[in-house]
Design a protein around this ligand. Structure first.
Ligand SMILES: Cc1ncc(C[n+]2csc(CCOP(=O)(O)OP(=O)(O)O)c2C)c(N)n1
Ligand code: SF4
Ligand SMILES: [Mg+2]
Length: 348
């Protein structure tokens, strides 16, 4: 009897001839059903679809369940698991040292809006070229579910205790203080999150993405405003998003009345199709008003809230050499004996 061996189907390759396995990391140790796992999947796909060289990427995190997630994607990239809340600061140093490497921070709502808030706001002012994802579950998941600073007033803990402090809205902070791409999404909204992540990777500047990511163990009950059920009933997408990468030479007619197209720095295009309202994410005041109005009614508006494609980034402002600082030999970074003598003379 002959035994027929079936050949496995060929692996799908991206534009740089790599299959998805080159973009994966180690197996997740987070709870099954945690929103953070779905975000990891979307991040992995986005890097693969954009054809980013995984070994070039720098990934950063702080401390928390969210901070573990960079271990679950891009295992061949450069990774730094920093101190709680300090990913923006460590990333600033690394990007200044080598501005040619694509960078991503994955952080939590506690990490960003509680202990790391001072670091977060200064990163915003600098428009650091970086994708900054906040896995927002409204609690400190890793330390067993205390309210974080993004928890809504009236939202309850599992014990029934309500939160009575005003939340910090990281998207509002981002828009006010200088981030040039600000989006909100939901870990369960596969299509929208995927388009946002790819656009963020193509954006030149700081992309802050606040992703509602339910914590199934500590914050997924009735009374929580970060649960799967709450998001199912209260998510209000501002538009339908399509991302067309720069390497795809597709020209499709679009209806200007109902679609806005934003051209990104690398030639990619972001198409925003109107849903039941007019929304132009290039209008900063409209973005602030829309987020504030939604907060009054308990709706969670999602999509690209704000985009500005012209602002200089931190590395533009620093006016550095073309070669990354980290590659310069000592002879080019250390002032000469004569230059030091000149400085000393100036103080005499
Ligand atoms: C300096 C410091 N303070 C406090 C802690 C304790 N701690 C660990 S994780 C965490 C909060 C994590 O919450 P979040 O950033 O929302 O991440 P999640 O676990 O919810 O994904 C805290 C307070 C710590 N590790 N280090
Ligand atoms: S405790 Fe919550 S945030 Fe942490 S892994 Fe479990 S579900 Fe996710
Ligand atoms: Mg959290």
């Amino acid at each position: 009897m002959s035994t027929a061996t079936s050949t496995p189907p060929p692996k799908k390759l991206n534009i740089i001839q790599l299959d998805m396995s080159s973009y994966r990391g180690s197996k997740s140790t987070l709870c099954a059903g945690c929103g953070h796992n779905a975000i990891t999947e979307r991040v992995t796909e986005a890097f693969w679809e954009m054809g980013v060289e995984p070994w070039q990427v720098m990934k950063f995190s702080g401390i928390g369940c969210s901070a573990k997630t960079p271990a679950y994607f891009l295992s061949s990239s450069h990774g730094i698991n920093a101190v709680h809340g300090r990913a923006p600061t460590v990333a600033t140093g690394a990007i200044v040292a080598n501005r040619t490497l694509p960078s991503i921070v994955v952080t939590g709502d506690g990490d960003t809006a509680s202990i790391g808030i001072g670091h977060f706001v200064h990163m915003l002012r600098r428009n650091l070229p970086l994708v900054y994802i906040i896995e927002n579950n409204g609690v400190y998941g890793l330390t067993k579910g205390q309210f974080s600073a993004t928890a809504d007033v009236g939202s309850t803990l599992k014990t029934g205790t309500p939160n009575d402090l005003q939340p910090i809205d990281c998207c509002l902070l981002g828009i006010e203080l200088g981030a040039t791409f600000v989006a909100r999404s939901f870990s369960g909204d596969k299509r929208q999150l995927s388009a946002i992540l790819k656009a963020a990777l193509a954006h030149k500047g700081l992309a802050v993405i606040d992703v509602i990511s339910p914590c199934v163990t500590f914050n997924d009950h009735v009374g929580s405003t970060r649960s799967y059920a709450y998001m199912k009933d209260h998510e209000e997408p501002l538009h339908e998003l399509d991302f067309i990468p720069g390497y795809e030479d597709i020209s499709v007619e679009f209806d200007e009345g109902s679609t806005t197209e934003v051209r990104l720095h690398d030639g990619s295009r972001l198409r925003l199709k109107k849903l039941d309202r007019d929304y132009d994410p290039r209008d900063r005041m409209l973005a602030v008003r829309t987020i504030n109005e939604a907060a009054q009614t308990g709706e969670v508006v999602t999509g690209v809230l704000y985009i500005q494609t012209e602002a200089p980034t931190l590395v533009d402002r620093l006016n550095m050499t073309d070669e990354p600082l980290s590659t310069l030999p000592e002879a080019r970074v250390r002032p000469s004996r004569e230059a030091l003598a000149q400085i000393m003379d100036d103080f005499r």
